[in-house]
Write a protein that binds this ligand. Sequence first.
Ligand SMILES: *[C@@H]1O[C@H](CO)[C@@H](O)[C@H](O)[C@H]1NC(C)=O
Ligand SMILES: *[C@@H]1O[C@H](CO)[C@@H](O)[C@H](O)[C@H]1NC(C)=O
Ligand SMILES: *[C@@H]1O[C@H](CO)[C@@H](O)[C@H](O)[C@H]1NC(C)=O
Length: 442
Amino acid sequence: MRCYLHAFLLCVVLTFVSLLYVFSQLTSTLEDRDGRSVSEQDVPDRRRHDTGHLRRKRPGLAGLRERERLDRCKSQSVSYWNPFWRLPAGVCGVNCLLDSRERKSSVGKGIRDERSHLAVVACGPRLEETLTMLKSSILFSKKPLHFYIFAEDDLHDSFRNVLESWPTTVQAKFTFAIYPITFPKENVNEWKKLFKPCASQRLFLPLILKEVDSLLYVDTDILFLQPVEHIWSLLSQFNTTHLAAMAPEHEEPRIGWYNRFARHPYYGKTGINSGVMLMNMTRLREKSFKNDMTAVALRWEEILMPLLQKYKLNITWGDQDLLNIIFHHNPESLYVFPCQWNYRPDHCIYGSNCQPAEQQGVFILHGNRGVYHDDKQPAFRAVYQAIQKYSFGEGMETSLLQPLEASLQATTHTYCGRTSHLFTKRLKQSIMSVEQDITQRK
Ligand SMILES: *[C@@H]1O[C@H](CO)[C@@H](O)[C@H](O)[C@H]1NC(C)=O
Ligand SMILES: *[C@@H]1O[C@H](CO)[C@@H](O)[C@H](O)[C@H]1NC(C)=O
Ligand SMILES: *[C@@H]1O[C@H](CO)[C@@H](O)[C@H](O)[C@H]1NC(C)=O
């Protein structure tokens, strides 16, 4: 009896081993095909070796996996799997298999990161405004989001409580981390005082979030009227020297601030506005910046302090002025996106001057100078209030768009109110697109 059992076990083991052999043969055949195309492209020796190595682990299961998943997994190393199973290059080891199973339920944990990374700095009475901004980012986005919330300590609990109180279907769309406000030890007070409290925190994001490749920084008074992934995708339009993207401060030089009043260098004709700032921080950290202080170019962490010392008596808008000075001397590093990506009262206060918004509508609304909270620009406030009052789960057309259109009707005594169809043009499309998805899922 025992003898049979032994023989049986032996058989099982042998079958297993031969299956493995067949499997590995199959894999190498597939790799050879891939290997050839790789070596044609990659010239440097070392690189070729590395790529070849990766490719050698290419899947025998290739047909079963979509390319997307392979790409997504590339950054993950699971070398302990390879010699044996020869699992894919894309390196879908344990992690990836688990990941692909979890993918539907918990977006945002993907190994290839398809999230848009959004950072905001909130101090003082900005809790509600920041939450409304975050809400707007979630409402229309179809891809997952990750939030970096920099806030004064006493706001941390409130942020966490509200975000965790949102419906689970909403929470499935984002992940978040909350950070304290931190400044370089030397000069803490000087940085804090600069412009609005905490605003200059944004300058240090590339140094604080060292592991983060790219980031969309927005002010708290931003409202997204279309999916965040649209602005995120501008990163892929960067040429090799671009490392940040912003909109001009003004379209109309006659009412521009920098060109009339600035006592420091600024970017381009009218300067740039830093309320919506898309950054490739990997490049920001690597670049040496030309400047008017030293003959040698300075790294990001080296340039900020001397710049502040040199210009502190001449700057008005704080860190935004410093960014203007930096990009004045390094214009090739800046990708300028048009005004509908950062639409402010300046664009309509004396009549509409943001041409692209007239064609395509406003993509991102920026209610600076407190216009969401006073009576000066009721059209801006109407958008803010509509989004703030909307509750997740309600129909967006009936509970967001229609009430907004109604309240915009009452703002036509202002120039911005008269162009308020621009405020809803893109928003309407975003809402239709989301509602369509919902109906299709039903
Ligand atoms: C600051 O402004 C004053 C007055 O316009 C000017 O003379 C001075 O050169 C400026 N300082 C710097 C560092 O540009
Ligand atoms: C940022 O730049 C680095 C270095 O050029 C590049 O490897 C990376 O892919 C870029 N990130 C994005 C999101 O384009
Ligand atoms: C990238 O575009 C900027 C203009 O946005 C330009 O000044 C710069 O020369 C371009 N860089 C390259 C490498 O083409």
